[in-house]
Design a protein around this ligand. Structure first.
Ligand SMILES: [Zn+2]
Length: 271
C-alpha cells in the first residue's frame, strides 16, 4: 500500500517533470474509481497550467492556474506511470502535457481516487478536514503528542496510527519507529513519558525521511514514477521479521494483532 513516503516520492519525481507545463488532453477511462470522477473532469483540466505539486497525508495535490487542485489518492495499489504505454488495462486516467509528456494513473484494485477541489477548500474539504498534522513538520513534537495521548488508553501503536492525531504513520512506520525508540507497542499511549515521546518523534522523522530518500534515489534510475520503495524493505528491523533474530539483541522477533493489524516487535529491546 502506498504510504506517506511513497506519495512523497511520487511528488518529488513528478514535480520537475510537470510544473510549468499545461494539460493539453485528458482521457478518463471510467466513470469512477473509489468515488466518481467530477462532472466535466477533462474540460476543467484542459489548457490549465500546473503551478505546484504538494502532498497532504497520502494525497498528491496538483495545483493549477485556474484556482483548482487535481487530487489523487493511490489507495492500495495506485501508481503513476510516465511515457507511452503498451496497455491501458487498469489505467483509469491519462494526461497529456504540452511537451508531449504522458502521465498515466494506474490502480488495479480501485481503492484510490481522483477528484478536483477548489484551492480554498484544502483545509475544509471533507477529504481533508479531519486529517491530523504532518509528521515531518515542527508541529509534530513530543509536547503535541503528550497532549493528544494524555487520556488515550489505547495502545501506543494504534494511537500513532490515528489519522486524526497525525497522518501518514502507517503500520510499517509505526512498528519500526517504536523499535527505534525502544518502546513496547503494548503500552497504553497515556503511559509514554515526554522523554520517550521525544525519542519517538525523532525516530518517526528519521525513518520516514530514510524511506523517502531510498525512494528518491531509486526513481532517478527509472522512467516510471511508481513510488516503489523496494530498497527500504531491506532496512526493516522488525516489520515482517516474525521468527527472525533481532539485529540488536538476538531475541526472536514477536508479533501481536492490534486493531486488526499485525505489529512486529522485539520483547527485549522494547519495554
Ligand atoms: Zn532486540
Amino acid at each position: 500500500m502506498p504510504e506517506l513516503p511513497e506519495v512523497e516520492t511520487i511528488k518529488l519525481g513528478l514535480s520537475p517533470v510537470i510544473i510549468g507545463k499545461s494539460f493539453t488532453q485528458i482521457w478518463q477511462r471510467r466513470k469512477n474509481i473509489r468515488i466518481d470522477f467530477p462532472p466535466n473532469f477533462s474540460s476543467i483540466l484542459e489548457n490549465t497550467t500546473i503551478i505546484d505539486v504538494t502532498r497532504r497525508a497520502k494525497y498528491l495535490l496538483i495545483h493549477l492556474d485556474n484556482n483548482k487542485i487535481l487530487v489523487m489518492h493511490f489507495g492500495m495499489s495506485g501508481k503513476i506511470f510516465m511515457g507511452k504505454q503498451d496497455s491501458f488495462l487498469h489505467v483509469h486516467a491519462s494526461f497529456l502535457l504540452n511537451d508531449n509528456t504522458e502521465i498515466h494513473y494506474y490502480d488495479p484494485r480501485r481503492f484510490g481516487l481522483i477528484t478536483i477541489i477548489n484551492m480554498d477548500e484544502i483545509d475544509s474539504h471533507k477529504l481533508f478536514i479531519n486529517l491530523g498534522i504532518e509528521p515531518l513538520t515542527d508541529y509534530f513534537n513530543a509536547n503535541y503528542l503528550l497532549k493528544k495521548f494524555k487520556n488515550k488508553n489505547t495502545n501506543i501503536k494504534q494511537a500513532l496510527m490515528d489519522n486524526n492525531i497525525a497522518v501518514g504513520v502507517g503500520n510499517i512506520y509505526a512498528a519500526e519507529s517504536l523499535f527505534k525508540a525502544n518502546i513496547s507497542p503494548l503500552r497504553p499511549a497515556s503511559s509514554i513519558t515526554l522523554l520517550e515521546l521525544e525519542k519517538l518523534c525523532e525516530a518517526i522523522k528519521i525513518i520516514l525521511q530514510n524511506a523517502i530518500n531510498a525512494g528518491g534515489s531509486s526513481i532517478r534510475d527509472y522512467q516510471n514514477i511508481d513510488g516503489d520503495l523496494g530498497y527500504f524493505q531491506n532496512m526493516h528491523q522488525v516489520y515482517n521479521r516474525y521468527g527472525q533474530r533481532c539485529n540488536i539483541c538476538d531475541t526472536i522477533i514477536d508479533k501481536v494483532t492490534q486493531g486488526g493489524r499485525t505489529t512486529f516487535y522485539c520483547k527485549t529491546c522494547q519495554v
